[in-house]
Design a protein around this ligand. Structure first.
Ligand code: ADP
Length: 154
């Protein structure tokens, strides 16, 4: 019983760690980038999702593998088509703040059926604009779980 309790406490402690301590570098494209160049970028950076930003560097959209595949099976000129046409845009993007927890990140990814969340800071409350500071993926949560099981926590 005691051991079970200790494992649960450890898991809770782990999931309540801050997003900021686990976030990865976001892979970014400018929103006028072509779908063709975005596909190349996806392979070069070895990621599943790209984040699109506007000229001010604010988060404008999310471009996933399926978004790119959908565009590619249409008969469009991928060199001419900007990612802004195919991306999921603000305000429909599910985001997370650096001071939120891995638990909250895991819940959002499951509830919204997405593989990753952009980690953002609010530029100002009125304008609904966000600065991109990182990304959290399902891999992040899996890695945190492994670290827990390998007892790298004290
Ligand atoms: P995949 O396309 O590889 O299955 P996802 O499941 O993450 O990747 O994406 C599914 C859809 O959800 C795509 O249309 C994508 O643009 C969108 N999407 C991905 N991440 C987010 C997010 N954080 N917020 C809103 N929409 C997202």
């Amino acid at each position: 019983y005691n051991e079970q309790f200790a494992v649960k406490r450890q898991a809770e402690k782990y999931l309540h760690q801050k997003v900021t301590n686990f976030k990865a570098h976001p892979i970014v494209v400018e929103k006028s980038t072509s779908v063709y160049d975005a596909i190349v970028q996806l392979f070069l950076e070895d990621v599943g999702t790209l984040y699109a930003v506007d000229l001010e560097g604010h988060l404008a959209g999310v471009v996933s593998r399926k978004d790119l595949l959908r565009a590619a099976i249409g008969n469009q000129n991928l060199q001419e088509l900007p990612v802004s046409v195919i991306m999921t845009r603000m305000p429909n993007i599910v985001t997370i703040f650096p001071e939120e927890t891995l638990y909250e990140a895991a819940k959002k990814m499951i509830n919204y059926h997405v593989d990753s969340l952009p980690v953002v800071k609010e530029v100002d409350k009125q304008s609904n604009t966000y600065l991109l500071v990182g990304r959290i993926t399902k891999t992040t949560i899996t890695r945190a779980y492994l670290e827990l099981m390998e007892e790298k926590v004290d």
